[in-house]
Ligand binder design. Structure first.
Ligand code: CP
Length: 309
């Protein structure tokens, strides 16, 4: 039995198989409509979510399974002091697979250690968000045709943005990938990403503050929201929150085929006037999130031996 805590839990070959399965699900949804009949997914969300929780639930329903769970710590026995470890051990008696989101880094790993069912990290604090990364990879590969030979600009809150940390970790495994890290000084990527991931693996990158400077060279621009919930000081958040606003004018600086991605939710960092630009792919990205989570649920249940198909 395997869990998913980080995108690196999957080898390149396993990741390729998963993305191929997601593409097949997209093309032939009927083929998969009953493969999880009788199976249950538990969604254990200690932090707010729209896309991740509901796309996990849609994914299991699309596969013929059922869902149960909670959408806030307040509505679970965490509010009485129960540990994530005990909670997951108990949920193992009720469901076949679980997705957990928690504000604390490492909580999903702790939950997985006593679990009798596969556990998927649906976001742990400012650390990792592997299923968002699978979504991002599927979107880039489906719309560009490959994951290598890519200059990707990551823009916004690179310090607290867990989607950025997971995506960098995943993309360094492909040939000829270059990063442009676009952030204010206070929101630069953490040292462990710069030193242990980028520099240690000799990955080309530059850090810049001006989005306009980076735009003309990018194949993908990955915008992120400033993570209000992870700031210690509201004044700092207010000072930073509108640092970057991508609008129609700035899009004129980009390549004609540059993709704009965003894990969503957005606040002000992409103006709505960009939504109609054919390069804006963030709503397609949300749709790809369902296909890839369907593929992940199927894969983890197959590895556990719960599914024969
Ligand atoms: N992208 C993402 O994680 O969105 P939610 O917080 O709505 O799940």
């Amino acid at each position: 039995m395997r869990h998913l805590m980080s995108p690196l839990d999957l080898s390149i070959e396993e990741l390729d198989d998963l993305l191929n399965l997601a593409n097949d699900i997209e093309k032939n949804p009927q083929k998969y409509a009953h493969v999880c009949d009788g199976k249950k997914l538990a969604t254990c969300f200690y932090e707010p979510s729209t896309r991740t929780r509901l796309s996990f639930e849609a994914a299991m329903l699309n596969l013929g399974g059922s869902v149960l769970g909670f959408s806030s710590a307040d509505s679970s026995s965490a509010s009485k002091g129960e540990s994530v470890s005990d909670t997951m051990r108990v949920i193992s008696c009720y469901a076949d697979i679980a997705a957990i989101r928690h504000p604390k880094e490492g909580a999903a790993l702790v939950a997985s250690q006593k679990s009798l069912i596969p556990v998927i990290n649906a976001g742990d604090g400012g650390h990792q968000h592997p299923t968002q990364t699978l979504t991002d990879l599927l979107t880039i590969r489906s719309l560009r045709g490959e994951l290598g030979n890519l200059t990707i600009g990551l823009c916004g809150d690179l310090k607290f943005g867990r989607t950025v940390h997971s995506l960098i970790n995943a993309l360094i495994r492909y040939e000829n990938v270059r990063f442009v890290l676009i952030s204010p000084e206070e929101l630069r990527v953490p040292d462990y990403i710069r030193e242990d991931v980028l520099e240690k693996n000799h990955i080309p990158y530059e850090e810049v503050e001006r989005l306009e400077y980076a735009m003309p060279n990018l194949d993908v621009l990955y915008m992120t929201r400033v993570q209000k919930e992870r700031f210690f000081n509201e004044d700092d958040y207010i000072r930073m929150k509108d640092f970057y606003i991508l609008n129609k004018e700035k899009m004129k600086l980009a390549k004609p085929d540059m993709l704009v991605l965003h894990p969503l939710p957005r606040v002000n960092e992409i103006s709505v006037d960009v939504d109609d630009d054919p390069r804006a792919a963030y709503f397609k990205q949300a749709q790809y999130g369902v296909y890839v989570r369907m593929a992940l649920i199927l894969t983890l249940l197959r590895w556990k031996g719960d599914l024969t198909c």
